[in-house]
Every structure is written in C-alpha cells, then in structure tokens.
Design a protein around this ligand. Sequence first.
Ligand SMILES: [Zn+2]
Ligand SMILES: [Zn+2]
Length: 266
Amino acid sequence: MLLDIDNYWLTWSLLMTFLSVRYGVIAGVFFLWWYIVRREKWAHRKIQTKYPSAQDYKREVGYSLMTFIIFATIAAAVYLPEVRPYTHVHRDVSEIVGANTALQAAYWLGGVVVMLFVHDVYFYAMHRIVHQKKIYPIVHKVHHTSHNPTPFAAFAFHPFEALTEFLIFPVIAFTIPHTIGMIATWLGMMTFYNAYGHLGFELYPKDFHKHWLGKWINTSVNHNMHHKYATSNYGLYTLIWDRMFGTVHAKYDAIFEEVSARKQTM
Ligand SMILES: [Zn+2]
Ligand SMILES: [Zn+2]
C-alpha cells in the first residue's frame, strides 16, 4: 500500500501515526501489565526496586514521539517515488526469488534475520560512538537521563541521536532486497525487544545468562545496567559484540543471578 502513495506528506502522516500507535500499544501493554496489573506479583523481578516518577514517564514519552518525527521523515524520503527505484524494495518476495513458495518463505524469514543482524552490528558500533566523551553530552545524554528506565524509554532519544539511530533504515533499504512486510516485521521486532530491554523487570528464567544460547542474548538486566552505570553493555538484540569486545559489565552475571533467583513474595 505504501508503495502506491506518491504524496510525501501523506506517507509521512501514515508512518508517524503507525510508529506512534505501535509504540503506544507495545510500551503501553508492557507498562500496564508489569507496572500496574502485576506490579506486586512481579515485584521480585523488578531490576531496580525503586519506581520512576511521573516526570520520568512524561519525558520518555515526549522524546519518543519526537524520535518518530525523525523516523517518519527519513522513511518517507526513502520511499519517495523519485528515490524508491534506487532502493531494493519489491511488492512481493516472488519478484526477488521467483515462484517457489518454499524459497519465498525461506527468503522472507532469512531476510528479516539478516536485517536484525545488520542492525545489531550497526547499533553496537553507533552506541560505542555516542558514548565518546565529546559526543555523549550532545547526542546520547538524553537517553541516559533515565537511570531506571521504563518501556517508554525505548525511543527516548535526542533528535540527533534519533537521526543517527535511524540511518540504519536507508542502509537496509538500499542494500537488502525486501518487501514492506519484511521491513515492518524487522522494525516491529525491534520495537518489541527495545521495550523489553527498557522494561525494568527481568522476564528470562533463572540461569538464562549461563545457558549456551542465553549467554549471547541481550536481557533487560543487561540494558538496565547500561542505564545505571553507562560504562558497558552496549548491545541491542545480542551480547555477541559486547562479549567479543569485552564490554560486558563485570557484575552482569552476579546481578542477573541475584534478580532471577529472588523468590516471589506476593
Ligand atoms: Zn536504553
Ligand atoms: Zn548508552
């Protein structure tokens, strides 16, 4: 559908609405369930026992909405009728791999995995850059104002940071043959995992951090520690790059162990 619209502002408005509603629904459901409905039942899994103030929620939502203005501006520009032919967007996977349905399904799934992987690399590198002393106060400090993040902090970025974060979008659109459905799935998974990363509650089971696969997967404890200490744990979906470059916080295992071993009291 998006590819049938030739008006920039119509595309922009649709994207802005879609991004804001998706964020509102995903972060809102996380918030409702863990901060209100199950607040006491899940209290033992709250990573930092304190709760943020109303001011914190407002700031996180406000900056996130500003972030979507930047995201929609970039995405609408990429799919402008004049720019679109230079991207690798297709109406259907069959245009990319032909009529074989098994191949289509494999390409669709594989393509989304490649997008997540490329984004994981991009995010880690960009995150290390925005933590550089001279760049941090201008670009990344806004995100770190949340020392005890909530799911609403998922997109709470300074507009400069929103811009740098979302340059991954043209990188993918101009290099990976894709459909709008594939891109939307990648970004939907990104929103979901990002909201979980900022949730403030750990949902993975005890000893997940020691599991052969869990060792390589980012957790809410890991990103919460990034907000608390701001010195390590730069990953988005995985811990591959943090482990490879030695940037996992020294206390990560101990804190994950402590949080996930707590007993339910209510
Ligand atoms: Zn964060
Ligand atoms: Zn950071």
